[in-house]
Design a protein around this ligand. Structure first.
Ligand code: SAM
Length: 294
């Protein structure tokens, strides 16, 4: 086990996590996976990424991966045979076992019609041993891949991309940073936007390194957006850092951060406020933000 691993979750995970990318553009991934946290996670053996060129699994002279849609209509559709052959060669657990949650593996089809990626889904994926990401192109992928091969269909947002590669890179990035040891300071992934519910906050307050080194209510966003961050210089072209952040009063900083997180969530993502479990203090801060009495 790597010495970096100090989270309880790491005790039942095998490393590296295997990531297989199935694509007709293997070179696409030169770059997105080669920087920062992802690069480091690969270098220290937390994640092992393999890229599979779908054309290697074709049998005709032209290495054909697509064909016209049955029923007519625009564009081309990725054929099922190369995709099935590629996944079968990887030795992945049968679909029934993956669907039933008996295998710590998942075959994910990138699709605008899929379940929308969020932090909860990323956390679900981060405890698996292997994820396979199938990148669609053209008008999409023959539906039999979704029905009989993949166990998840995932969208990265309500818009249409030209291909699944960008989506796959987004998933790999999001999942990798949740693997214990991938981000230098694990507390930082607990404090981020969308992370944890308010009810978890008090438990996290007890954690060393969370409660003692920084104002405690920031140890989880409680499902809200993150609070604003500032760094030096404290005065940049007359734009100054909020006074509260430089006065050293940790309780005031904690309250300010929580209030600004609530304010930003209300302004940019009011939909997140409803499912978040707000403490009595949160409700008072929210009332200050909205100007309402509670
Ligand atoms: N005809 C499809 C539709 O309307 O839903 C769009 C196909 S899109 C041009 C080609 C491929 O890009 C898809 O098969 C999928 O792999 C990928 N893709 C497009 N939008 C995506 C999204 N929001 N999330 C994940 N993958 C997406």
């Amino acid at each position: 086990m790597f010495p970096l691993f100090n989270s309880p979750i790491s005790q039942f995970l095998n490393y590296p996590m295997l990531v297989d990318l199935v694509t007709i553009f293997p070179d696409f991934f030169r770059g997105p996976l080669d920087y920062g946290i992802l690069r480091r996670a690969r270098e220290v053996g937390l994640v092992e990424v393999s890229i599979h060129d779908l054309r290697e699994f074709t049998r005709d002279r032209h290495r054909t991966v697509d064909d016209r849609p049955f029923g007519g209509g625009e564009g081309m559709v990725l054929k099922p045979e190369p995709i099935f052959e590629c996944i079968e060669k990887l030795g992945i657990a049968p679909r029934e076992e993956r669907v039933a949650g008996r295998a710590r593996e998942s075959v994910i089809l990138l699709s605008a019609q899929g379940r929308r990626l969020d932090q909860a889904l990323a956390q679900e994926l981060a405890v698996l041993e292997r994820i396979v990401l199938i990148c669609g192109r053209y008008e999409g992928v023959d539906e039999r891949v979704s029905e009989h091969l993949a166990d998840r269909e995932v969208s990265i947002g309500d818009y249409v991309l030209s291909g699944g590669e960008l989506g796959a890179a987004v998933i790999v990035d999001t999942v990798t940073r949740l693997i214990p040891g991938a981000v230098g300071n694990e507390n930082s992934t607990r404090q981020e936007s969308f992370t944890g519910q308010a009810s978890e906050t008090s438990a996290e307050r007890e954690e060393p390194g969370c409660a003692r080194t920084i104002p405690s209510s920031t140890c989880s966003s409680g499902g809200l957006l993150d609070y604003p961050h500032y760094t030096r210089p404290s005065d940049f072209r007359g734009m100054t850092v909020p006074e509260v952040l430089v006065n050293g009063n940790h309780d005031e900083i904690r309250r300010w951060r929580r209030k600004t997180a609530l304010e930003k969530t209300l302004r940019n993502r009011p939909d997140l406020l409803d499912p978040a479990t707000l403490s009595e203090e949160d409700k008072k801060l929210l009332a200050q933000v909205t100007g309402n009495k509670i």
